[in-house]
Each structure stands twice: as structure tokens, then as C-alpha cells.
Design a binder for this molecule. Structure first.
Ligand code: LLP
Length: 422
């Protein structure tokens, strides 16, 4: 997280001491770095050089309206998976022609909205869905722009819950099924095959799966073009991973690291090389890689206890704010906002929720902390707030944007009345 550093013993995001945010706004809170968000987007964008492309940000990673507007202003398109995300993308100023719509279970009213609005492509995830899209388009007397979501049977060797491109996963259609649909759509007056799409999973840390994906998609695109389709784009999805372990070390004057697992300037040229013969526009759909390392979750230590041999640090945030450790056994760095004591202890860091699965870390070596100290849970800009819940009647936390030395509230903390009146 290059947006973080210790100035002597105090943790800063850009030019703001995070302890000041905790004092002023209370905890738990999410803080995001403007500079990191913009530079993440630019890093991917620059990697394309002159090649025609769109970076369709995957809204599911973090759909805070201010962050969406920032990305829209930088030129991002959107990958949406629901009518709600489609609405958010349009409200944030993203043009319909930069929006693609994925998801195995699109509702008829959302498909209808997408056709009427004129988005760039609706991803077909099954043969039955194709028939539904075609029927809706014929009822509207419109032509639906469709894109086939290919399941290329590529294993990314990651957590099974976030692998999406192996046969047996619920996503997309096989290349054989795609060839059949490429023929069928040719004679469909209500659907245009405008694109080919794939998203093989999340947290991809090796370049190999991407290389085989790009070459499978390029040869399928050639077949579609040979069949007579005016294919406009290939969308290779998101999934660019982060090394969560590399976010920041706890040390006086330490600076946050570059934590992207794959350098866009190496991956994107490989994509371009694979597809350039087809002459089509290239799309990618990063979510995590644009926002994860721009965000931290700040939480206060409530209690310390020991059960048996286990030291337990109980903090005021839990799986309601960040569910990734509970759901995927995901690792997040946890560091103090003030280094008070260089000595470390081994402890479980757990939340206040009435679930044993409510933890941020198990047997973690962590600086000694006391009641009232604050910790930053690192690399939580993606799939943090967007997966938050109100379980145990807990209001969702506040979200702040840090820019230089300025701080802006970009979502208010929910009140109990908000919950009760929902
Ligand atoms: N495109 C499609 C069609 C997707 O389904 C996803 C993520 C993305 C793009 C963006 O993937 P990314 O670049 O963020 O890896 N909650 C999990 C991740 C679930 C990802 C779901 N799909 C986590 O916290 O690790």
C-alpha cells in the first residue's frame, strides 16, 4: 500500500495521521486514498499504450458513489452484475457504451433495462439466457448487443470460492457451446454478437492462466469473425491479484510497498499481442486491483483476554465490516496506528459478533496493544464495505476519502434509526 507510511511511529495515509481520523470520526471506519485510486487506474490505462481499450471497473469490489465518480472521470467503464449496479454506473456518469453486464442470474426487468439503455454488451451465461434475451429484444423490437461468456476450463489455483473459469463452475458456457451459439446468433434478427467475454477468477497471481485465456479467446474471436459476425470486442475479465502479505511492515518510518502481484505493464502487452490480429477492441474488468490497496479499515481494541494458551484481542470491527477472513480464510495485514512497543505477541484478532467464525487473524504476530489503541486492517478497499452487513443490528461504518491533507466523508455512518426504519 504505497499510500501508507509511518512518520516515525505514527501511521499516515497520504498526509493524514490515521489516528486523527479515528479520534474525529470514531471507529470502525473505512479510509481510502485518492492518490492510490487514481494511480492504480492510470497504471492499467497506461499499459495499453495506443491500443483501443476500455477498463470496465467491476463495481462489486467497491461501489461507493464518490469512488465511482472518480473512476468514471478517469475514463473507466463498468462491469455490472445487477440492475442496481447498472443504475450506480449510470448515476456515476459512466456512458452506456462503456458498460457490460455479467451474471448467471439476470432478471428479465434488468435485461430489458440494459437493452433499452443501450449498454455495450450483455454477457450470455447459458443457452437458456440467450433465448430469454432474444425474446425480450423481439418483444421490444430492439436488437440486443450480446457477448458470450466463455468458461475456458482454466484453473487459477486459488480459493475455490473465487475461481470461476473451470468446467463445473456455474459461470459461462464451454467453447463448444459457444461455437453453437455463434452459429445460432448469425440468423437471429434480435441479437448482435458484439463481444466475447471471460472472467476466470479472482486473486490471480500468475501470468500463465491469463496467457492461455488470451489465446483461447483470440482463436474463438477469429471463428466468430469468420462466421460473419462484426465482433467489436474481447473482454478478458478481472482477477488481477494482490500480495496482501506485502502491504506494509511495522517499522519506524516504513513505507508501504507496491503490492500488485502482476505488473500491468507486463500482462497487458501480452493480451494485446494475442488479440491484435483480430483488430478488436480490448476490455478488462479489474475490481480488486483498482481499489483494494487504497483502503484501510480502522478499528479500536476493546478488550484483551487469554483463553487457555490463546491470546485474544477483541476489536470493535468484525465480519460485519470485513468478511473476507471468515469467508475465504483471507489474510489481511493488521498494524497499529501508533507504534508504542516494538515487542510483539502472538494473538487471535477477533470481532464482537456472536459467531466463532468472526475473526480477522489467527495466531498472528502483532505489536503489543492495549485497550483503546487503534489498528488498521490493511488492503481492505475491495470486497470490504461492499460485503458489509447489518448482522447483530450493527450500523454500517463511515467511509472517508483522504486526499493530501484533506479528508472528506464519502458515506455517513448508518444510524440505528436507519436500520430500524429500513
Ligand atoms: N468481472 C467479473 C465478471 C467478476 O465476476 C468479477 C469478480 C470481476 C470482474 C472482478 O474481479 P477482481 O478483479 O476484483 O478479482 N469477494 C471475493 C472476490 C469475488 C470476485 C467476484 N467476481 C473476495 O473478497 O476475494
Amino acid at each position: 500500500m504505497q499510500c501508507l507510511h509511518y512518520d516515525k511511529t505514527t501511521l499516515y495515509m497520504e498526509n493524514v495521521a490515521l489516528s486523527e481520523l479515528a479520534n474525529e470520526f470514531g471507529t470502525p471506519l473505512y479510509a481510502y486514498s485518492f492518490k492510490q485510486l487514481i494511480s492504480n487506474y492510470k497504471r492499467f490505462d497506461d499499459a495499453f499504450g495506443d491500443y483501443p481499450h476500455t477498463i470496465c471497473y467491476a463495481l462489486k469490489a467497491n461501489s461507493n458513489p464518490t469512488i465511482l465518480r472518480m473512476l468514471a472521470k478517469s475514463g473507466a467503464g463498468a462491469d455490472v452484475v445487477s440492475g442496481g449496479e447498472l443504475f450506480f454506473a449510470l448515476e456515476s456518469g459512466i456512458k452506456p457504451e462503456k458498460i457490460v453486464f455479467a451474471g448467471v442470474g439476470k432478471r428479465d426487468i434488468d435485461i430489458e433495462a440494459a437493452i433499452k439503455i443501450g449498454i455495450r454488451g450483455i454477457n450470455v451465461e447459458s443457452e437458456m439466457e440467450y433465448e430469454v434475451i432474444s425474446d425480450i429484444a423481439s418483444r421490444l423490437n430492439r436488437v440486443a448487443p450480446v457477448s458470450l461468456r466463455i468458461n475456458p476450463d482454466i484453473d487459477i489455483h486459488g480459493h475455490p470460492y473465487i475461481a470461476t473459469g473451470r468446467h463445473g463452475d456455474k459461470f459461462g458456457i464451454t467453447t463448444d457451446a459457444a461455437l453453437t451459439l455463434i452459429d445460432r446468433i448469425k440468423s437471429d434478427d434480435y441479437c448482435d454478437l458484439v463481444g466475447l467475454h471471460a472472467h476466470i477468477g479472482s486473486q490471480i497471481k500468475e501470468i500463465k492462466p491469463y496467457e492461455s485465456l488470451a489465446s483461447t479467446m483470440a482463436s474463438l474471436a477469429k471463428k466468430a469473425i469468420d462466421t460473419g459476425h462484426r465482433l467489436e470486442y474481447i473482454d478478458l475479465g478481472g482477477g488481477f491479484g494482490l500480495d496482501y502479505e506485502r502491504a506494509l511492515t511495522v517499522d519506524i518510518n516504513a513505507k508501504g510497498d507496491d503490492d500488485l502481484s502482476l505488473d500491468p505493464s507486463e500482462v497487458i502487452p501480452k493480451f494485446i499481442d494475442a488479440v491484435k490480429d483480430t483488430g478488436v477492441h480490448l476490455m478488462i474488468e479489474p475490481g480488486r486491483a483498482l481499489v483494494a490497496n487504497a483502503g484501510v479499515l480502522i478499528t479500536e481494541v476493546l478488550y484483551l483476554k487469554k483463553t487457555g494458551e490463546t491470546n485474544i484481542i477483541i476489536v470493535d470491527a468484525g465480519m460485519t465490516e470485513l468478511i473476507r477472513p471468515s469467508l475465504y480464510s483471507a489474510y489481511h495485514g493488521i498494524v497499529p496506528l501508533e507504534i508504542r512497543d516494538a515487542d510483539t505477541m502472538v494473538a487471535d484478532v477477533v470481532g464482537p459478533i456472536c459467531e466463532s467464525g468472526d475473526f480477522f487473524a489467527r495466531e498472528r504476530e502483532i505489536q503489543h496493544v492495549g485497550r483503546g489503541d487503534c489498528l488498521a486492517v490493511l488492503t481492505t478497499g475491495a470486497y470490504g464495505y461492499s460485503l458489509a452487513s447489518n448482522y447483530n443490528a450493527r450500523p454500517k461504518s463511515i467511509e472517508l476519502l483522504v486526499r493530501g491533507q484533506r479528508v472528506k466523508v464519502i458515506r455517513e455512518r448508518q444510524s440505528l434509526e436507519d436500520l430500524w426504519n429500513e
